[in-house]
Design a protein around this ligand. Structure first.
Ligand code: ADP
Length: 479
């Protein structure tokens, strides 16, 4: 089996969200378990700079201009990059310009990615060709269409990390993509008169996976399916849609050896966590108080993440003596609202607008509760970091959050399986109830510690996912 992952982000070189954490770790875990695996990504500046020993594999004229295929390595992992400076040599995000506007040629930039993936299955690299191609999110969705158009030189897996981003482009661009005319069809990659790169992935993949079992079910319903639910229901009935829960990189996220935190700790010696809390309170100018229940959110600020609810209940949380830290960026109105609110509570609250990998480690290690009140959450990684760090996740019961966090109900506490706080409805009242449960448990230190340990002792690595994906690849190769 020769497996090619096709994606547009890669931790630690280029990250805008959880996708990078997955593509930065899953292939490495598969390689460790002896899978022959490589990656293909666009030649974004950060990747060209960070990947060593890049050598030319091929050069070609394509519908997206003249491009060169390069091959290098990152920590032993072979990575192909498409060098096309006219498309990828731009500062800032891989997807949009400095004003947060999507690049107008995104349809070409990401079509080329899919096209090249197919070429790698057809043998453009004389020494290595994929027989399984796993395309991640809409950026890589056209991979599956090009494979279909070429009679599937490799099997196609399409992995949904977030169905909310559909990669929609104007129909008039279709001609430029050099796909067969009949692909622009509702039985194809057309979505209500537009081209959808996401739908190309869903329609033409041999198998669709998403990043948690609950999200796999949710996206077959109108509330979560974004208009794709009909197709997804069909795929589910055909056993061509399943959920594989993400793991975390325990080289990077492990409180016993995390290079970015001051005091190391583990489930049997939690005092390092209390010291990290003290250091964090000092760093952020919060009152130094080990008894104050310290909440945090580390997140993109979008409607998906439900942080508007947190804003609504913050007065009550602070009134009860809680403290709160926000590290995040995104929606400007939310950024400003949090910032404005924090000015009245300098001793209890700190808002840091921006993105900081190192501060995110210090926050997750230093606080007591990590809030993830998402409206939907395909998998979510921060709650897994919280579990690993003895920082109890407070989550809404959706997607991967529902699959990974057990509420501290009396029966779960009694059975030793509670790991955090879970609420159901996306309302201030429900969130507030979960916050009150957090205060109640905090007042019972023994139970709190036990709940921390329950989460810390779980396995959060990639072992299970590697086995599940292996099973999926074998099944579709045998079809
Ligand atoms: P999503 O991919 O939807 O943003 P995930 O929970 O899957 O959500 O992954 C988010 C990742 O991005 C996590 O690794 C989280 O720690 C990180 N992250 C989000 N916002 C920030 C931030 N402001 N600073 C540092 N890391 C962040």
């Amino acid at each position: 089996m020769k497996l090619l992952h096709v994606c547009s982000e890669f931790f630690p070189l280029l990250k805008t969200g959880g996708l990078a954490d997955v593509t930065g770790t899953l292939p490495a875990a598969q390689r460790q378990s002896k899978t022959n695996v490589r990656l293909l990504m666009p030649g974004f500046p950060a990747l060209l700079a960070g990947i060593a020993g890049l050598k030319k594999i091929a050069e070609c004229d394509t519908f997206a201009g003249h491009v060169t295929l390069l091959l290098g390595k990152y920590q032993g992992m072979p990575i192909y990059l498409i060098a096309a400076p006219h498309l990828y040599q731009r500062s800032g995000s891989p997807y949009h310009n400095l004003e947060s506007k999507p690049y107008i040629d995104n349809y070409l930039r990401f079509a080329l990615l899919g096209w090249m993936a197919c070429e790698l299955a057809k043998g453009i690299d004389k020494r290595w060709s994929a027989n399984i191609v796993q395309a991640h999110d809409w950026h890589a969705g056209l991979t599956c269409a090009y494979l279909a158009a070429n009679n599937y030189p490799a099997r196609a897996v399409f992995t949904i990390h977030n169905l909310a981003y559909q990669g929609l482009f104007e129909a008039r661009r279709f001609r430029e993509l050099t796909l067969p005319d009949d692909f622009f069809n509702s039985e194809g990659l057309e979505f209500y008169g537009q081209i959808s790169y996401l739908k190309a992935g869903l329609f033409y993949a041999d198998q669709i996976t998403t990043v948690s079992p609950t999200y796999a079910l949710e996206i077959t319903t109108p509330n979560f399916g974004g208009g794709m639910e009909g197709l997804l229901q069909l795929r589910f009935q055909q056993k061509r849609l399943s959920g594989v829960l993400n793991g975390i990189d325990q080289q990077v996220w492990d409180p016993a050896k995390d290079k970015l935190i001051r005091y190391h700790y583990h489930s049997q010696r939690l005092n390092g966590k209390a010291l990290n809390k003290k250091v964090l309170q000092a760093e952020l100018g919060l009152t130094s108080d080990s008894q104050a229940l310290l909440f945090a959110a580390v997140s993109r600020l979008t409607m998906q993440k439900g942080l508007d609810l947190v804003l609504n209940i913050l007065p009550e949380l602070l009134k009860r003596g809680g403290h709160f830290v926000l590290l995040g960026s995104g929606d400007e109105a939310l950024e400003q609202a949090f910032h404005a609110f924090s000015l009245d509570y300098p001793d209890q609250m700190h808002v840091r607008i921006g993105y900081s990998e190192s501060l995110s480690h210090r926050v997750i290690a230093g606080v007591d509760v990590l809030m993830i009140p998402s409206r939907f959450e395909p998998c979510g990684l921060t709650q897994l970091y919280g579990l690993k760090y003895g920082t109890l996740p407070l989550v809404r019961e959706t997607g991967g959050l529902a699959d990974t966090v057990q509420d501290c109900s009396i029966e779960n506490l009694h059975d030793g399986i509670a790991t955090g706080f879970v609420f159901q409805r996306c309302t201030n009242a429900d969130l507030l109830k979960a916050v009150r449960r957090a205060f109640t448990l905090w007042a019972q230190p023994k139970k709190w510690r036990q709940t921390q340990r329950n989460g810390m002792q779980q396995s959060h690595g990639w072992q299970n996912a590697v086995v599940d994906y292996q099973r999926i690849y074998k099944t579709i190769l045998a079809r």
